[in-house]
Design a protein. Sequence first.
Length: 102
Amino acid sequence: MLNQQKRTSLTLNHKNSIDQTIENKILSDQKDLLLIFKPTDLFFYEGALQKATYEIVGVDTQTKKEIWKANFSSASSFGPALFAEKSVQKIYNKLITDQILQ
């Protein structure tokens, strides 16, 4: 008979909460703004990502307060590389328009 171990669950970074992970990133990287992407809806068709919706939160790394928040939704018939590039450009342009970045 094989020795069976009790398996509780699959976890990543189980020793760090998300808040601790964010805090460590702020301390290790001297940036003024941290963008946190929280997926709220991902739609796949035949195994390919077709639409992604995220809540994006901008955090001032000095005060650790939220200074910007947006919902971002994008649908694409392009491959993953172009999807990412187009999404980044839209988000960047919105940060400029909202005067978060100069």
